[in-house]
Design a protein around this ligand. Structure first.
Ligand SMILES: Cc1ncc(COP(=O)(O)O)c(C=O)c1O
Length: 381
């Protein structure tokens, strides 16, 4: 027997349904900014920064224009540049590696753990040893990208970073809102960067980002860099900076979404549990690290016949995505920084196997079951 869910078009991420749910509050918040007229660094930006810092359990949150800028600002604020090595996972979004090259430093690619898909501490140790023995680059920082909604293995990464004096940066574009060992994402590393890209678990209606720290001096450097390197006065320029501010309209939207965030994370958790129950035994389920709560930015399975399964799902109008189809060390822009095919075997395997299923807070149970059954049948075929 067919149910309505058999025929509704399925969205990979349904931002229109979310807007309909939050419309009254978002429209009111936007109208307030339009009436007020302070469109850049207006009052909603400071209000959002206070709320974000509280959510992240840290003293300072500094917003900026994107998650990519947040990572770049983090590196600029430490003076990281030519001659410096920054360790990044081979399997990640391009920005994690791109910002390193943008500041003139050298990305050193680290393989990832097969289960969690995130930076492998053992390979980080090996790559630090190699850079130190080689002597040409100074090991300065490591950016661990939290993929798919959960925090990376900071329990193992932090002592390694401390041993070598590396700044550990949490690229939390996908995990902000999650926690590890009872500590919120934002407080797991000395520096955390996140993204408010619309598809992120906490997304605006355009680009945006934020940085988190307990260090007041660091936060003050970030505020300076996001606004042309300003010192005390508007034309007191004390360092090279960017124009990377969060629009007040985005801040107003994000304040509304932040109020709904916990309920949305719970709804995503329920979708993940439905997928788990139908797909257990049929495909490799998303790997979980212990004591984590995930924001389920993506529900990512691994399977051998990935491309055939994706094509079969597309025929049934079930959208899927591949994050990420090519590891960074094999991308044309970064090949010169890597050691070529075979050098990061887990990253290379995952890029052939991962498949992300529709995931958002407005995905109803019947549709989630329908998607999961279609995946199970396609994987068996
Ligand atoms: C892991 C990761 N890092 C960085 C970014 C960059 O964020 P943005 O698109 O806001 O620049 C993203 C998302 O787009 C991401 O998923």
């Amino acid at each position: 027997m067919s149910s309505p869910a058999d025929h509704d078009p399925i969205a990979f991420i349904d931002l229109r349904a979310q807007y309909r749910r939050l419309k009254a509050d978002i429209d009111t918040a936007l109208a307030r900014v339009l009436e007020d007229g302070r469109f850049v660094l207006g009052p909603a930006v400071a209000e959002l920064e206070t709320a974000l810092a509280a959510r992240a359990g840290v003293a300072h949150a500094v917003t900026c224009a994107s998650g990519t800028d947040a990572l770049q600002i983090a590196l600029m604020a430490e003076g990281i540049g030519p001659g410096d090595a920054v360790f990044v996972p081979g399997f990640t979004f391009p920005a994690t590696a791109g910002v390193v090259a943008l500041v003139g430093a050298s990305p050193v690619f680290v393989d990832v753990d097969e289960e969690s898909c995130m930076m492998d501490p053992a390979d980080l140790a090996a790559k630090i040893d190699r850079v130190a023995a080689d002597g040409r680059l100074a090991p300065r920082a490591a950016i661990a990208a939290d993929l798919f909604g959960q925090a990376a293995d900071y329990e193992a990464l932090a002592p390694l970073a401390a041993e070598w004096g590396l700044l550990l940066i949490d690229d939390a574009a996908q995990s902000f809102g999650g926690a590890s060992g009872g500590r919120p994402v934002g407080a797991l590393a000395p520096v955390t960067a996140t993204s408010f890209y619309p598809a992120k678990p906490l997304g605006g209606y355009g680009d945006g980002g934020a940085l988190f720290t307990d260090d007041a001096a660091r936060a003050s450097r970030w505020r300076s860099i996001r606004q042309h390197g300003q010192g005390e006065g508007k034309y007191d320029i004390v360092r090279v900076g960017l124009n990377s501010r969060l629009d007040t309209l985005q801040a107003a939207i994000l304040l509304v979404k932040l109020a709904a965030f916990d309920a949305e994370i719970d709804a995503r958790e329920r979708v993940a549990a439905t997928y788990d129950s139908v797909l257990a035994g049929a495909v490799s389920l998303p790997g979980r690290l212990p004591a984590r709560s995930s924001t389920w930015a993506q529900y990512t399975i691994r399977l051998e016949r990935r491309d055939a399964v994706q094509a079969a799902l597309a025929e049934q109008a079930i959208p899927t995505a591949i994050h990420y189809p090519v590891p960074m060390h094999l991308q044309p822009a970064y090949r010169a920084h890597g050691d070529g095919p075979g050098s990061l075997p887990v990253s290379e395997r995952l890029s052939r196997q991962v498949l992300c299923l529709p995931m958002h807070a407005d995905l109803d149970e019947a549709t989630a079951v329908r998607i999961a059954r279609a995946v199970r049948d396609a994987a068996a075929g």
